[in-house]
Design a protein around this ligand. Sequence first.
Ligand code: NI
Length: 138
Amino acid sequence: MERIFISCRLEFSASHYYRAAGWSEEDNFKEFGKASRHHGHNYMIEAAVHGGINPETGMIINIRELKKMIKEVLETVDHKNLNEEVPYFQSCLPTPENLACYFFQALSSKIQTACTASVRVYEEESLYAEYRGEVVKA
Ligand code: NI
């Protein structure tokens, strides 16, 4: 089976803190250290899309469309306090892992013509979380 992916990388900035629900300030500091305090990151998202190559356009998906959809998803988090301003993170901590799950879901619901293969969320250059979807035949 042919497996070809196209990836797109975009940046966003957001702030967050790690405090587990019901934990004392001391326990949170023990587990999360300084990350238990409100602070910000310049994140990077890398989304990969899988599908068949359209023989007319030579593309899996129109790149301009893909960028537009990723930007729409990033609008929901950019320059926000993730814990307090993004409803999804009312019930889970805004870790790179949970951000990757969130973006994967949000992006998958927008992309109709191809399939979202994976989403990476870089909190810094040397640290990222990746959500991998099932690769289905296009
Ligand atoms: Ni952080």
